[in-house]
Design a protein around this ligand. Sequence first.
Ligand SMILES: C[C@@H](CNC(N)=O)C(=O)O
Ligand SMILES: [Zn+2]
Ligand SMILES: [Zn+2]
Ligand SMILES: [Zn+2]
Length: 525
Amino acid sequence: MQKIWIRGGRVVNADCSQVADVYVEDGKIKAVGAHLQPPSLAGVQVIDASNKLVLPGGIDPHTHLQFPFMGTQSKDDFYQGTKAAVAGGTTMIIDFAIPQKGCSLIEAYERWRSWADPKVCCDYALHVAVTWWSDKVKEEMKILAQEKGVNSFKMFMAYKGVYMVGDLELHSAFSQCKQIGAIAQVHAENGDLIAEGAKKMLSLGITGPEGHQLCRPEEVEAEATLRAITIANSVNCPLYVVHVMSKSAATVIADARRQGLAVGYFPYSFGCYWHSYQTLKVQVKGKVVYGEPIAAGLGTDGTHYWHKEWSHAAAHVMGPPLRPDPATPDFLMNLLANGDLTVTATDNCTFDICQKALGKDDFTKIPNGVNGVEDRMSVVWEKGVHSGKMDENRFVAVTSTNTAKIFNLYPRKGRIAVGSDADIVIWDPKATRTISAKTHHQAIDFNIFEGMVCHGVAVVTISRGKVVYQNGVFHVAAGDGRYVPREPFPEYVYKRIRQRDQVCQPVPVKRAPYVGKVIAVAAEG
Ligand SMILES: C[C@@H](CNC(N)=O)C(=O)O
Ligand SMILES: [Zn+2]
Ligand SMILES: [Zn+2]
Ligand SMILES: [Zn+2]
């Protein structure tokens, strides 16, 4: 393990910034403070961070590396995808183990572990998808939470016939998540409406990528978002909405989060006389829901689906679609800056043009997914911080700390502090870089941010105490990353859930039994 002395930078955490040195040894942060003097300089790598920021490494809670999907497999594997991640300042990803319907969740978890462990260049964790329901699924969720370090489960409301589950299954899965102290995640789109919309577009001869957006407009996302929030709230389960792609879905989440716990005292009267003033505790319960916009939705939009070149349009196909309303990225960034949306991810699920061409005659066959894992941090810095919408501390919150807190990784991850893992990025806020497929480190021949000039560049990336990227040079090794287990019942989330359980428990009204007449019911006949 390296000994590293980061000198003269400004250490930026989600809650505060300070000019301080950072000393790293054995993969951990050993000291943070002004003018540190390491115990000895022998074998210490000194990094001059003057005029730079020292940030907690980014955490990307939503990737699909080497994911078998729609007849092919996503192009960035666990090596190339995590190598690209560290080049952009991300030092941890959370991927998804997704069982086919009827198959074991635990077997899917083991399979993804076998793919990732030998290849990852940085730390990772796994969400597990619930793509069907049974007592076995319920039991396996409990085992995954208690023994395998999985505290988050994703349910798809789209991909009818493949991953989609219905409302009752959502209710069961959310109830079990609450029971075992997990976070319920949803892909919120109405899969039935998508299927009907796709048939309609194809019948109209619309086979191109524009059909992908036309068949699932943003109200299809907003409706499912509200439905998921309503079902989760009915069992007081914390909900995390992945890839929030539209203004209307983001507004649904913002409204749900804003409902405070209001206790009102309302006199009420029946008939011709006033009851004594009664207090009727009306609790409009705030909802424990988190929204995850992704780099794609924050950095670009769905006008590309109308591009004349088929491959350019198809390269942007993902679900939910990028939205053609060009005001969407700015709207999402505003809600991210003000706290209505909580974390950023990428949903990195890349397919190159010849893979996308599986759908050249039918947009429903275009493998869904776009890039982002390398560019997320720069896109959020450019569109969020450089634009003046958020400060450096909020940037750290939405690219690292909030994810760490929600998934019970904090403060091991998501903070520059003594005892935390040495996942650190030296960030140059003034440098710029032009994003391009010609220079990116991802496995595909297209970049949805092509040509975008971003302020905010990762200069040095340190993964658990090892410099893995410095001034454009990689020092990664496949398998250097570790699987990070996550305990259930994250305090950041479940403290509120427990409080709501206590305060909002409905109780029966005490009243004398009714003793008056009852109408005779006509005999069945
Ligand atoms: C299957 C996976 C990736 N693809 C996508 N978002 O288009 C997802 O839906 O999150
Ligand atoms: Zn999804
Ligand atoms: Zn374009
Ligand atoms: Zn996804």
